[in-house]
Design a protein around this ligand. Structure first.
Ligand code: ZN
Length: 64
């Protein structure tokens, strides 16, 4: 009985590890504008301007 319980616990631990490994990691901070490729980004943004952010979102929405 004890062995089966141990095995179950180990399997559960394994499953949790696999699940954690599969969680998508946050994308690395971009070094250039995701829309036009300009390397001068707004602070804390992946875009050089609000305009590029908006256009990139629009473009992605059209792709879906
Ligand atoms: Zn840009």
């Amino acid at each position: 009985m004890c062995d089966i319980a141990d095995e179950a616990a180990q399997l559960e631990e394994h499953n949790i590890r696999v699940a954690l490994a599969n969680i998508k990691k946050p994308e690395p901070r971009a070094t250039e504008c995701q829309f036009c490729g300009d390397d001068e980004l707004m602070p804390g943004s992946n875009y050089c301007s609000p305009e590029c952010c908006r256009k990139h979102e629009l473009r992605q929405r059209r792709m879906m």
